[in-house]
Structure formats: structure tokens, C-alpha cells
Design a binder for this molecule. Structure first.
Ligand SMILES: Cc1cc2nc3c(=O)[nH]c(=O)nc-3n(C[C@H](O)[C@H](O)[C@H](O)COP(=O)(O)OP(=O)(O)OC[C@H]3O[C@@H](n4cnc5c(N)ncnc54)[C@H](O)[C@@H]3O)c2cc1C
Length: 818
């Protein structure tokens, strides 16, 4: 019999799996003790009870590695605090590669993790055999040992978290199902249960595979889907000593864990098997799913290849249980964009145990401070797109995303499934011109243009890929003549009404009260001065503005804007799907545009940088903005979808005589990086301020108060001890990606934030924050007086440094830029 429920709680956490219990534990530790956890069955009865319990520390990014390493530390200490054993131990782990590409991936991950303090060691194959005697090693290229990787008991660890939460005042109530959620004016107000209603200021959905359907009741979009997930457990066998490290063999889709002298082998098959698209019943408690040897058989064969003894030993258990997977293979956390005060932590893609500690800590801070404790953009629920909850989409994509866990994570890897969701009206024309597409926020975007007869496919590697020369030619075309970019995917909105200026000025660091026609580059910052968005705002009229931001930031930025508009007199209209944007960039753009429009004066004086004007092209109305993300003379041309084809055709017809080239997003990324343009999500995030990022010029200190001003003003007069610097990798073949450690005279002082090959430098360029170890200012002298290196997959390579961008149009071509 369930205990009775209260009428009210500050926070209701729905779901008593490891995630819900960790959130309650960390909220209580933060002093938020009026917390109720509601579990429809008993604690752990969803997915948690049957997890294998691996606690690994190598993750895809710096922040996610930080969360995972925190979990390991917490699980180690929790028993001392709570008296409840967690079963945590650290036998270490070994990751093996049977090909060079995989080995490079493992080494690059290890290098990134080193920056977070994770100890890793490359071991020779003899040592690998000694540590894992039943492993076949003759076909291996390399092995990485991670001495402090752990394993834990998922049930005991959850119980310890629950005990710790209760000891600090949280209530945990089992046997109560949340049947609905309540909202008022776009904010959460509580939950409805079978036993009545609980009012709450904050509700957290930690409901695992149930989350998509529960969230949909209040219009919250959490695109995830249950998949079947398999492991087997053998009889005890010789050579499987207690304390044997966990073995990961991603090329054969299998991990092997020692379990009381037996092998537990778990599989991440290339194509996952979905389970139940419809709502999962509440009484699916400690549920298991049937064996499926037809599905698992081929993968099991591969596991036997690595550990031949598996083929001879008896199996004690074939286990199949559901887990929640997401379209990009990364979990969701944070406040939902649709409903204030409604938080989510779900979709753990089979890493929910090892992530639980970190997620509990970060989400508790997020709720308590109304802000995440670090850059968590890659897991933020605001990245979820409405179309991703479509069942046909989920059916197609989730099967691929499960497989991606152990697939090669090549740089620039593109999804193969669920494509073609959002198409530019010019898609067919761009495709006919040779475009090879990539996907961002559902948009098909031309990444590069294939030559006539060239296969329109990616051939992946960690070096220069098959499109490298195409991109270099596109870049040089833009630098030396003019390039045409289809930038339709950029998010666009009209902000209109009596309060439009006041609202935009409040959230922008720049002065938005500019003359009509002026386009302002600005950041939106949070209270801590961290950059939430990096965008342009053009004044179209007295109280009408045009906001343009990155495609991937559409949900996030427009949620930020919508929240700022609360109670104000204005409307925000999302125009992203209604307008095409063409970028015409390069020294010949002016001459080309002049031929295409009646507009007589496109000179620097007549049409200066940072201004907009309505012009007529091919007989249609176009909003032309003199702006450039690639550091060239250029115009962004905005027009309605219906008008795009004639404008595009006119540009192509006339462009030939001006050296016009089609250019894709790989070229754009390269051009912007060498020109020093920061990319939100990599070079600038909500934990970096405009001052640290070298964007202080955008702040208007004279305009009065704005969001983040106090924090920025306090930082302004302090030594700039953290600073974004430009790097050039002085090895003609090596390409960095991001998160590579940076060394000053042999000491790690930062990491790269983004990197890309630069055509003008004929090297890979990168940006990255460096921090002065003594808290003193990062000055030109401090930078110039030392030797700099990056660690790229275990290779220490020399770097050139610069505070200014590598490519500066003002220096290179002063007559072309203002
Ligand atoms: C075979 C297998 C092996 C795995 N191995 C590992 C591993 O080695 N390492 C690792 O890190 N991860 C592993 N995982 C993944 C891990 O188990 C999950 O990511 C994790 O358990 C998710 O925890 P959770 O709290 O989000 O979900 P759950 O444990 O499912 O908890 C959600 C809870 O919410 C409750 N609930 C749902 N709806 C309601 C409602 N309306 N009202 C009240 N309560 C509700 C459910 O009853 C459930 O108990 C594995 C998963 C599987 C399937």
C-alpha cells in the first residue's frame, strides 16, 4: 500500500530509477529538501534494475566526461555517507581496436579525457593478453587501459542515492503513478496522480522509456523511443578472474564484463530493434522481453571471435530489456522550452548508470540556480525538434542511433536514416549543382559540392577526407571571386510591437535602438555574463525587428526570446520555414549584385557594412543585409520561398563572368574559423563571456542596464585570465577536431573549441580558450614568450598562436572591407 501523498511540494520528481533518485539526492544536498519522488512501481523497476552497471569515463566531450567522472567519484563515496553499499569497484577497462581508424578514435578520446584528469595508458598486446587472458589479440591494432573505470550495482547504487535523499528530507513514495501534469500560463503547476493532485513549482520527468508519452500530455516534446537491449551471462569459466577489467570491442559491437567469475557480454548491434511505439503500460515493472537469437546471433558470433571461450561455455542467462534511445544518441536534460518549471532527464542511451551522478548534480544546480552549472548544450532538451517525435521518424532514426554507440564516430559523420525532413525551396537546384548534403536540425544543407563524375558520398577518415580539395576550391572561390551559399536553414523571426525594442535591448549586450535599416551584431547573455546566443538583429521599422540566428539554435534562442517577452506587448513570428536566405560572399559580390539589381549604389559609402536595404532582384523583393560570417565583402539576401527560384537562377546566369562558385557549409566553417568568427556551441557557450571570447566590442556600456551587465562589468576591469586564442597546427597533415588539450611550455592551459582546415593558411586552424594558471592576464607577451603545442590523438604537435584571426579581410584587402 502506497503512503499518502502531500498536497504540495517545491519539487516533484516523477520516476524512481537511478536518475530520479540521483536528482532528489542532489536537490536535497543543495538544501532543496521539499522534494517528493513518485514511482509508479518500486524503485529501480523500470530500466535501472537490469543494467550491466558499467561506469566508464571516456565520453564524447569535455562536459560529458566531467559528469561521468563525477559519477564514479560519487559512487565510490556514497557508502561511507549513507551506510548503503553501492557495489562500486574499479577493475579498470580495456578498449581495443582492430583497425587504424578505430585506434585513432580511441586515442583521440583518451587525449580529450586526459584534459579532465582521466588516467589512460596505451598497453601493448602482451599486457592486454595478461590482463584479459581469454581475449584473442592477434588481429588487434591497439589497446587502451583505463585503470580507474568502474562497475557498480545499479540497484544498490539507486538505493544508496534514495537513502541519502531521504536522510536529507526528501520523500520517496512508491506505488503512485502520475497520470497527468498541470500547467497555468505556460508554467508547470503540479502533477495529477491516482491518489490526488500535488501542487509543485518544479516537476522533473525522470521517467525513462515512459517520458515521450507523459510529456506530450502538456505539449512537451521529448523525442525518445524504447529499444530492446541485450546481454548474456555465461556459466563460470576459467581465466575469468574476479577483478578482470571490463573489455570493450566496439568493432565487434560487444562489451565483456567480469561478473563473479562469469562473463556478461552486452551488445550494441549496428541496427537496433525498437520496442513498442505506443504508450508503455504502467505495470511494466521489472519487465523483461523475449530472447531473439535471430537478431543477436550475428553479433554473438562476432563476440566469439574476440573471446573464443564464449563459444564453448554454457549460457546462464539471455537477457533482453528496454532502454530509452534518442535520435542523436545523447540524453536530454534541462528545462523544457514549452513549459516553464518542467524539467526533463531522460533518454540515456544505455549510459544512464554511469551518468546518473553527474546528471543529478547538474540538474539540481540547474533547478536551484535556474541555470546549468556548465556548458551542457549537447544534452540540453532545447535541441529537440518537434518533427522528431513523429513515429515514422523515430522508427527510422532510432534504429540507427542505437548502433551509433559502437559505430565509428568519424569527424563529419552524417546520419543515414530519417533524412530529407526540412528542405530549402532551392534543394533540387542545389542538388543538381552537385551538393552533398548534411543534416542540421532536420535541414538538408549543402556541405560540399562534388565535381562532375565524382561520387556524392563521404569517405570518412581522421585525415583529409575525399571532399577536402572540393572544399579548398570553394574557399578560394569565395576569397578570390564570389561564392553562393544556401543559408535558408538559418533561424529567422520577426519581432514586432510597442515593447519590441525594450525587450530586445534588455536581452542584448549591443545597442538595438539603432536607425531603421541598421543590422546589429550582438550576444544574448545570461545573468552570469555567459553567452546564450550570438546573432544579428536588424531594425526594419520603429517597432519591428528581424532576428537571425544559427539553424541549430532555433528552439533554444526563440525560447530565450519568448521567455523575455512574458507580459510584454509584442509578437514573435518564426519565419524560418517561410524564407530563403542566400549568402553572396567574396570580393566580386558587389559587382555581381550590381548587375542583378536596380539598386545603383552598393559602394561602402552607399551601402555600408552592417546595413540593410530592400532591393529588387529578378523582379522580386529581397531584403539585402551587408553582413558576413566568412570575413568577406558580402550580402545576405532574404526573400520569400516563392521568390527564391528566380533570384537563384539570375545569380547563376550572371555569376559565371564573376567567377561565381557554389560553396557549402564545410567551406563556410573553414572560412569563418580562419577569419576569427566564433561558432556558438563550440567557441562561445553559456559559460564563456563576450569579454573572454574577444567579443567585448559588441557590448554597449552606455546603453543602460541589460541582462548580464553586472557580471560583465565586474569582469571588465579584472585581468583577462581566460581568453580565446587562435591556433595554427604546424603539421601539414594533422587535423584537430575539438577538445584537444593545449600546452604552454609543456603545461596544459586550455583546450581547442573548434578546428578546421584553412585554405589560405594551408594548415588546420583552431580556436581555444587558454587560462593563465596564476589568474594573471593572458597577454600577447605571455602568449608569445612560450612554446605552444596541442595533443592530437597522443601526438604533441607545435602550434603557432595569434590573438587576431589568421585571415583578416581588412589587412588582406583593405579596399573591399569597411
Ligand atoms: C540491458 C541493459 C544494460 C545496460 N547497461 C548499462 C551499463 O552498463 N551502464 C550504464 O550506465 N547504463 C546501462 N544501461 C542503461 C541504464 O540502465 C539506463 O540508462 C538507466 O537505468 C535509466 O535510468 P532512468 O532512471 O532514466 O530510467 P528507469 O530506471 O526506467 O526509471 C524511470 C522510472 O520512472 C517510473 N515511471 C514512469 N512513468 C511514471 C509515472 N507516470 N508515474 C510514476 N512513475 C513513473 C518507472 O516506473 C521507472 O521506474 C543498460 C540498459 C539496459 C537495458
Amino acid at each position: 500500500m502506497a503512503s499518502s501523498i502531500p498536497d504540495r511540494a517545491e519539487v516533484v520528481v516523477v520516476g524512481g530509477g537511478i536518475i530520479g533518485c540521483s536528482i532528489a539526492y542532489h536537490l536535497a544536498r543543495r538544501g532543496l529538501t521539499d522534494v517528493v519522488v513518485l514511482e509508479q512501481g518500486t524503485l529501480t523497476c523500470g530500466t535501472t534494475w537490469h543494467a550491466a552497471g558499467l561506469v566508464s569515463q571516456l565520453k564524447s566531450s569535455h562536459s560529458l566526461t566531467k559528469l561521468a567522472t563525477y559519477s564514479a567519484r560519487l559512487f565510490e563515496e556514497l557508502e561511507d555517507e549513507t551506510g548503503q553499499a553501492t557495489g562500486y569497484r574499479a577493475p579498470g577497462s580495456i578498449s581495443v581496436a582492430d583497425n587504424e581508424g578505430r585506434w585513432e578514435e580511441i586515442l583521440r578520446n583518451a587525449t580529450m579525457a586526459e584534459g579532465v584528469g582521466v588516467e589512460t595508458r596505451v598497453i601493448d598486446l602482451d599486457e592486454a593478453s595478461e590482463r584479459w587472458p581469454l581475449m584473442r589479440t592477434d588481429d588487434l591494432v591497439g589497446a587502451l587501459y583505463i585503470p580507474h573505470d568502474g562497475v557498480t550495482s545499479p540497484v544498490d547504487t539507486t538505493m544508496a542515492l534514495a537513502k541519502g535523499a531521504k536522510a536529507r528530507g526528501a520523500r520517496i513514495i512508491e506505488g503512485v503513478s502520475v497520470t497527468d501534469l498541470t500547467t497555468h500560463n505556460g508554467a508547470i503547476t503540479g502533477v495529477v496522480t491516482e491518489q490526488g493532485t500535488i501542487e509543485a513549482d518544479v516537476v522533473v520527468l525522470a521517467t525513462g522509456i515512459w517520458t515521450r508519452h507523459l510529456a506530450a500530455k502538456i505539449g512537451v516534446n521529448v523525442p525518445l523511443q524504447a529499444c530492446e537491449h541485450f546481454y548474456i551471462v555465461t556459466e563460470p569459466l576459467d581465466g575469468m578472474e574476479i577483478g578482470t577489467p571490463t573489455l570493450r570491442d566496439p568493432d565487434n559491437y560487444t562489451y565483456f564484463k567480469e561478473e563473479t567469475g562469469k562473463i556478461m557480454a552486452g551488445f550494441f548491434e549496428p541496427r537496433g530493434k525498437l520496442w513498442r511505439m505506443d504508450e508503455i503500460p504502467r505495470d511494466f515493472s521489472f519487465g523483461t522481453l523475449p530472447e531473439d537469437w535471430e537478431h543477436v546471433g550475428p553479433i554473438f558470433e562476432k563476440a566469439i571471435h574476440r573471446v573464443p571461450a564464449l563459444g564453448e561455455v554454457g549460457l546462464q542467462l539471455f537477457f533482453n530489456g528496454p532502454e530509452a534511445f534518442t535520435p542523436d544518441g545523447v540524453y536530454y536534460m534541462g528545462e523544457t522550452p514549452e513549459v516553464d518549471g518542467c524539467y526533463v532527464a531522460a533518454g540515456f542511451n544505455s549510459v544512464g548508470i554511469q551518468t546518473a551522478g553527474g546528471v543529478g548534480w547538474a540538474l539540481a544546480d540547474w533547478i536551484a540556480d535556474k541555470h546549468p552549472p556548465m556548458d551542457l548544450n549537447s544534452v540540453d532538451i532545447r535541441r529537440a525538434q518537434p518533427f522528431q517525435s513523429d513515429e515514422a521518424y523515430l522508427r527510422d532514426r532510432i534504429s540507427e542511433s542505437l548502433g551509433l554507440l559502437y559505430a565509428m564516430h568519424w569527424p563529419f559523420r552524417q546520419y543515414e536514416s530519417a533524412r530529407g525532413i526540412r528542405l530549402s525551396p532551392l534543394h533540387d537546384r542545389i542538388e543538381a549543382a552537385g551538393a552533398v548534403f548534411g543534416e542540421t536540425a532536420g535541414w538538408e544543407r549543402p556541405n560540399w559540392f562534388a565535381d562532375e563524375g565524382q561520387t556524392k558520398e563521404y569517405v570518412y577518415s581522421y585525415g583529409k577526407q575525399n571532399w577536402h580539395e572540393n572544399m579548398v576550391r570553394e574557399c578560394m572561390g569565395v576569397r578570390e571571386a564570389v561564392g553562393l551559399f544556401d543559408q535558408t536553414s538559418f533561424a529567422k523571426a520577426r519581432v514586432q510591437g510597442p515593447d519590441a525594442l525594450a525587450v530586445l535591448n534588455h536581452i542584448s549586450v549591443a545597442q538595438i535602438d539603432a536607425p531603421v535599416g541598421k543590422a546589429v551584431y550582438t550576444q544574448w547573455c545570461n545573468r552570469k555574463g555567459g553567452i546564450e546566443s550570438d546573432l544579428t538583429i536588424t531594425r526594419l521599422g520603429h517597432d519591428e525587428f528581424f532576428v537571425v540566428t544559427a539553424a541549430a539554435a532555433e528552439n533554444r534562442d526563440f525560447t530565450w526570446l519568448r521567455r523575455a517577452c512574458r507580459g510584454k506587448d509584442l509578437t514573435v513570428t518564426n519565419l524560418t520555414d517561410d524564407m530563403v536566405m542566400l549568402g553572396l560572399m567574396g570580393p566580386n559580390s558587389r559587382r555581381l549584385l550590381a548587375e542583378l539589381t536596380e539598386e545603383e549604389d552598393l559602394s561602402n559609402e552607399g551601402f555600408p557594412f552592417g546595413w540593410s536595404r530592400r532591393i529588387v532582384m529578378a523582379g522580386v523583393d529581397v531584403l539585402a543585409l551587408r553582413m558576413s560570417y566568412v570575413g568577406e565583402l558580402g550580402w545576405e539576401l532574404y526573400m520569400s520561398n516563392e521568390d527564391a527560384a528566380p533570384v537563384f537562377d539570375a545569380i547563376i546566369d550572371t555569376g559565371g563572368t564573376h567567377g561565381l562558385v557554389h560553396a557549402g557549409y564545410h567551406a563556410m566553417n573553414s572560412l569563418r574559423l580562419e577569419a576569427g568568427m566564433r561558432h556558438w556551441g563550440h567557441d562561445i557557450t553559456d559559460e564563456d563571456t563576450p569579454i573572454e571570447a574577444g567579443l567585448g566590442f559588441a557590448i554597449d556600456w552606455d546603453k543602460g542596464d541589460f541582462l548580464g551587465r553586472d557580471a560583465l562589468a565586474a569582469q571588465k576591469d579584472q585581468p583577462r585570465s581566460k581568453r580565446l586564442i587562435q591556433f595554427r597546427i604546424e603539421d601539414p597533415e594533422l587535423l584537430a577536431i575539438h577538445d584537444e588539450p593545449l600546452y604552454r611550455d609543456g603545461v596544459v592551459v586550455g583546450r581547442t573549441s573548434s578546428a578546421m582546415w584553412s585554405a589560405t593558411q594551408d594548415r588546420c586552424c583552431a580556436m581555444g580558450y587558454v587560462e593563465h594558471p596564476d589568474g594573471a592576464a593572458v597577454t600577447k607577451d605571455w602568449i608569445d614568450s612560450a612554446a605552444w603545442e596541442a595533443n592530437i590523438g597522443g601526438r604533441r604537435v607545435g602550434l603557432s598562436t595569434s590573438i587576431r584571426s589568421w585571415y583578416d579581410p581588412q589587412n588582406q584587402r583593405p579596399h573591399l572591407a569597411d
